[in-house]
Design a protein around this ligand. Structure first.
Ligand code: GLN
Length: 491
């Protein structure tokens, strides 16, 4: 089988019995087992469970049952998405042995669509980080250059797709955690509109920011996966009550000139200011020129509150995290210290032993930002700035259809380079956090490589619920270059 085979092709081959789901699954499992010792992308490879599921799918097809749009397609899930199979660890000692008693809504929808979950992927502990260096199970390495990070926090999902272990994976994005690793690893990563995809069964980090979204090699596959997981869910009150869309049309083989002609593309000057690595700037500008050459109009726009995004994000995300993570105390959930002296020690030692340094830092920051006497100066103030950031976008989308810029200020950095300097690390999120603060859909599309062979991603942001624009932008670039089809040398 070609490593570049799409999910769409696999599903059609399996449905028509050209290939069995078991064969496809076995190939994905062997690839995962070959990749993992070098890159550490998976917290668990679910060999037994996956093969059982694949056998059931083959049997259902043999009985003549309709197999679903992802028939036999192997998929990897970030390990903060609850699955009854395997563990749901959040890459934390706290949840190392946790087994979820229920499946997340996205998992139920995947199973209904015929997908086969082959692995859970490594992440920054509780999705807090930009490099996957904060995992209790060790760093994920970049397949293009193993001494570099793969980006975070969904580093494992990005690498699962970049290495062609699976054609599809799911991650979660609170402030960039799908787009950043997609950009560093050279794959598509899409953060949907807030509310587009149910968060039920996603272990909460920043509940007003979190969204689950797809990683894929091809735009059409990302569209297919989004169509499967999107839609209202009674178990998530923030999930949007919109007619389920079929996103596949947007990513179909369109005439590029037609899809892009007359598209008004906003170029925020704040996204190209100081601090942007010239290598990234070059590739991003070249990609934007492709759209212009196809007839798109470029419009310079201003997002004047961009300079406050990182500070605003880190106040709101940590405030929400401090509340969400209170349940991991050894009593409600998670690791319990083996020999507590008294009830206070039970709580403090369980949390101390179970949680990593960055998670503790976030809980302390968030607790401070919410505490009496400070909440108005920090948390409430951050909410006000969040409104201004959202207003910047509303104004911009009065003039343009999409906004384009870089995903990250640099290509993948070296392992350890920013690990001791949290502020430097937080700045990696300078272009990604605003889409979460404003609730908007945004994508990272592979758009080139640095001279040293590191991938660069183009970020496209659209108005709420206009994911279709992102997917057709991705499809367009896919037709213009071969960046998406290059495979990192992992042997
Ligand atoms: N890097 C950001 C953080 O550490 C974003 C993480 C995410 O999107 N989950 O909070």
């Amino acid at each position: 089988m070609s490593l570049n085979q799409s999910a769409t092709q696999i599903a059609s081959d399996v449905a028509s019995r050209l290939r069995s789901a078991v064969d496809v699954c076995a190939a994905a499992l062997s690839r995962a087992e070959a990749v993992n010792p070098r890159l550490n992308a998976f917290t668990q490879i679910l060999r037994h469970e996956a093969l059982c599921r694949a056998r059931q799918i083959d049997a259902a097809i043999a009985r003549g049952e309709a197999p679903g749009p992802l028939a036999g397609v192997p998929i990897a899930l970030k390990d903060n998405i609850c699955t009854r199979i395997g563990h749901t660890t959040c890459a934390s000692r706290m949840l190392e042995s946790y087994r979820s008693p229920y499946d997340a809504t996205v998992v139920q929808r995947l199973e209904r669509a015929g997908a086969v979950i082959v692995a859970k992927t490594n992440l920054d502990e509780f999705a807090m980080g930009s490099s996957t260096e904060n995992s209790a199970f060790g760093v994920v390495r970049n397949p293009w250059s193993p001494d570099r990070v793969a980006g975070g926090s969904s580093g494992g999902s990005a690498v699962a797709v970049a290495t062609r272990t699976v054609p599809l994976a799911l991650g979660s994005d609170t402030g960039g955690s799908i787009r950043l690793p997609a950009s560093f690893s050279g794959v598509i990563g899409l953060k949907p509109t807030y509310g587009r995809v149910s968060r039920y069964g996603l272990v909460a980090y920043g509940s007003s920011l979190d969204q689950i979204g797809p990683f894929a090699t091809y735009a059409a596959d990302a569209a297919l996966l989004l169509s499967v997981i999107a839609g209202r869910d009674p178990n998530d009150a923030t999930s949007a009550d919109r007619a389920e869309s079929d996103f596949s049309a947007a990513a179909r083989d369109v005439d590029p000139a037609h899809a892009i002609r007359k598209l008004r593309i906003g170029i925020p000057r704040e996204f190209f200011a100081d601090g942007l690595d010239p290598v990234v700037r070059d590739q991003v500008e070249k990609a934007i020129c492709e759209y212009r050459a196809a007839g798109a109009h470029l419009v310079e726009i201003a997002l004047p509150h961009t300079k406050y995004c990182v500070a605003t994000y880190y106040l709101i995300a940590t405030a929400e995290a401090s509340s969400n993570l209170a349940r991991f105390d050894g009593v409600h959930y998670g690791h319990r210290t083996p020999a507590p002296r008294d009830i206070h020690h039970l709580y403090s030692a369980s949390r101390d032993e179970g949680l990593g340094t960055e998670v503790k830092r976030r809980i302390m920051l968030g607790t401070f930002a919410l505490s009496a006497g400070y909440a108005d100066a920090f948390y409430q103030q951050a909410l006000r700035v969040r409104r201004l950031i959202r207003d910047d976008y509303s104004q911009a989308f009065g003039q343009v259809d999409v906004i384009m810029g870089p995903v990250a200020p640099s290509t993948a950095f070296r392992i350890g380079e920013k690990a001791d300097d949290p502020l430097q690390m937080y700045l990696a999120d300078v272009y990604t956090t605003s889409a979460n603060l404003a609730g908007l859909p945004a994508i990272s599309i592979p758009c080139g490589f640095s001279a040293s062979g590191l991938p660069v991603g183009l970020q496209v942001i659209a108005p709420a619920f206009e994911e279709a624009r992102l997917l057709s932008a991705a499809r367009f670039l896919e037709q213009r270059g071969d960046w998406h089809s290059r495979i990192p040398p992992i042997e």
